[in-house]
Design a protein around this ligand. Structure first.
Ligand code: PMP
Length: 453
C-alpha cells in the first residue's frame, strides 16, 4: 500500500520536505507525525477533509475528538461572528457574563462540579488540577494509570505507551519515562494498573500518605471502559484515604456520554478536567469540582502575587495563584456554548451513527475472514485487530495485531477515510447517511484488497 499512498499524497510529501526546514520534524506537535509522512490537509467541511492534492476524506480524527459538530458548523460560525463583530473583538481582560453562563451549562451535565476555572488547553487543566490537589491536601505525590494520557508535561509523561519489557509487573507497573527531559528528582508518579482491582487497592494502601491525587481517564483513551466495580472501589478508597480523585474527561467529556465518564459510572470525582469538545474546535480547558478545593485559588481569601502585603489577609503563599491572559476567552466560550446546545439536540443521532458504523465494520471484517472488532463508549471507538477478547487495559492493546491494523489504515486512506494510523474514531454530528455508506464501501474495498495481499 505504501507505493499507492506515495502516489496519492505527492503534495503532502513535498510540503513536508519544505516544512522540515522550519519546524522540527515538519510538525507543530509530535502526535501529528506518522511514518512515512503525514497527510497535509487543506480544508475541512462538515465530516470531510480535503488534502493538498485535492482528495476528499471522511474525517474520523475530528481534531483528536474536539470537533463534535464537524468542520465549520454554521451555529459555531454565527456565535463566533456575533462575539467578534457585535460584542467587541475578543478579549476584555475583565470578568464577563459568558464565564458564568458557560460554567452553569457545564454544571448542568456534571453535577460533581460546583466551581470552575478556565485554562487554554487540556494540558493546562490537568496541571492546575494537580496543583489544587497538592495545595488542598498538603501532600506532594501523584498517581496515574498505565496507558493514560494527561498532557505533555514532565510529571505526566510517564507510562503512556511503554514497552512491556520495561514496564514491570502487570499488577504493580514501574514508571517508564517517555520523553527526554522528564527527570523529576525522584518525584515521578506512581503508576497504577487500570482495571486491576487488587493491584490498584494495594498501591493506594501502600502510598496514600504521600498521595495528593489520583488521575484517571474514566474511559482509557476514550475507548477502553473501566469496570463499574473498579470505579466504585477507586472512589471509595480515595475518599477513605484523603486522596483527591481527578477524572480527566478532556477526551471523554461530552463523548462517553454528554455527562462524560462520571455520568456513565455515576461516580462523583473531587475534580474534573474538560477540554476538546467544549471549545467547539478552539483551545480551552476547564478544571471543575468541589468548591472547597477550587476556592484554594480564590483571591477573596487573600492577596495574590501582584498584591502582596494587603492588610489583614492570608499571605500570597497561602492562595494558589493561577492566571492566564486568555482564560475564559469570550469568543471561545461563545463557540463552546453553541457547540453544546447543538450537540444536546443531536447526540442520540451521533450515537446511532456510531453503532451503525461499528456493526458495519465488524460485519465486513467477518465476511472477509478478518478478526476485526470495535471497542468504544459513546461517540468514540477504535478498531481492534485481535484474535480473541477486547482490550481491558494498555497491556492488552499491545497484544493486538497493530501491523495488520496499520495496513488496513493505509488501504482506508487510499479509499478516502482519514484517521491517523492506529488512531481511534471520533464521530461528529456531521456524519450522516452519505458518510456511512461511503465508509462501509471503503472498508469493503480495503478488506478485499488486503485479502488479495
Ligand atoms: N487529557 C486527556 C485525557 C487528553 O486526551 C488530552 C489530549 N489528547 C489532554 C489531557 C491534553 O489536552 P490538550 O491537548 O488540549 O493539552
Amino acid at each position: 500500500p505504501m507505493i499507492e499512498f506515495g502516489l496519492q499524497t505527492k503534495g503532502s510529501y513535498e510540503h513536508m520536505q519544505e516544512a522540515k526546514k522550519y519546524l522540527p520534524g515538519g510538525v507543530t506537535a509530535n502526535i501529528k507525525h506518522f511514518a512515512p509522512y503525514p497527510v497535509v490537509m487543506d480544508k475541512g467541511k462538515g465530516a470531510w477533509l480535503k488534502d493538498v492534492d485535492g482528495h476528499w476524506y471522511v474525517d474520523y480524527l475530528m481534531g483528536y475528538g474536539s470537533l463534535a459538530l464537524g468542520h465549520g458548523h454554521s451555529k459555531i460560525k454565527e456565535a463566533v461572528y456575533d462575539q467578534l463583530m457585535d460584542d467587541g473583538t475578543c478579549l476584555f481582560g475583565t470578568p464577563h457574563k459568558l464565564e458564568t453562563a458557560f460554567a452553569k451549562k457545564i454544571m448542568s451535565y456534571y453535577p460533581s462540579i460546583e466551581k470552575v476555572r478556565y485554562t487554554n488547553s487540556g494540558t493546562e487543566a490537568t496541571q492546575l488540577a494537580i496543583r489544587l490537589a497538592q495545595v488542598f491536601t498538603g501532600k506532594k505525590r501523584i498517581a496515574k494509570f498505565e496507558g493514560h494520557y494527561h498532557g505533555g508535561y514532565k510529571e505526566m509523561l510517564y507510562s503512556i505507551n511503554p514497552p512491556v519489557s520495561e514496564a514491570g509487573l502487570e499488577e504493580a507497573p514501574s514508571p517508564v519515562p517517555e520523553s527526554a527531559g522528564v527527570d523529576v528528582d525522584g518525584q515521578e508518579p506512581y503508576i497504577l494498573p487500570f482495571n486491576h482491582l487488587k493491584g490498584m487497592e494495594k498501591l493506594l494502601k501502600n502510598h496514600h500518605k504521600e498521595l495528593a491525587a489520583v488521575l484517571i481517564e474514566p474511559v482509557q483513551s476514550g475507548f477502553i471502559p473501566a469496570d463499574q466495580v473498579f470505579m466504585d472501589r477507586l472512589r471509595e478508597l480515595t475518599k477513605k484515604y484523603g486522596v483527591i480523585l481527578i477524572y480527566d474527561e478532556v477526551k471523554t467529556g461530552f463523548r462517553s456520554a454528554l455527562g462524560g465518564g462520571q455520568e456513565k459510572y455515576q461516580v462523583k470525582p473531587d475534580l474534573t478536567t474538560l477540554g476538546k469538545v467544549i471549545g467547539g474546535g478552539f483551545p480551552i480547558g476547564v478544571v471543575g469540582g468541589r468548591s472547597d478545593i477550587l476556592d484554594v485559588s480564590s483571591p477573596d481569601r487573600g492577596a495574590d502575587v501582584f498584591e502582596a502585603g494587603a492588610q489583614g489577609k492570608a499571605s500570597a503563599k497561602e492562595v494558589l495563584f493561577h492566571s492566564g491572559t486568555y482564560n475564559g476567552h469570550p469568543t471561545i466560550l461563545a463557540a463552546g456554548l453553541a457547540t453544546i446546545s447543538v450537540l444536546e439536540e443531536g447526540y442520540n443521532d451521533v450515537l446511532s451513527f456510531t453503532n451503525e458504523l461499528r456493526k458495519g465494520i465488524e460485519e465486513i471484517g467477518r465476511k472477509a475472514g478478518f478478526p476485526l472488532k470495535t471497542c468504544g463508549v459513546g461517540s468514540i471507538f477504535n478498531v481492534i485487530w485481535n484474535q480473541d477478547t477486547l482490550p481491558r487495559h494498555y497491556r492488552d492493546l499491545q497484544k493486538t495485531n497493530t501491523k495488520m491494523r496499520k495496513e488496513l489504515d493505509f488501504k482506508l486512506l487510499q479509499s478516502g477515510l482519514y484517521t491517523k494510523p492506529l488512531n481511534r474514531y471520533s464521530i461528529s454530528a456531521a456524519h450522516g447517511e452519505e458518510e456511512l455508506e461511503f465508509t462501509l464501501k471503503a472498508y469493503e474495498k480495503a478488506c478485499e484488497s488486503l485479502k488479495g495481499g
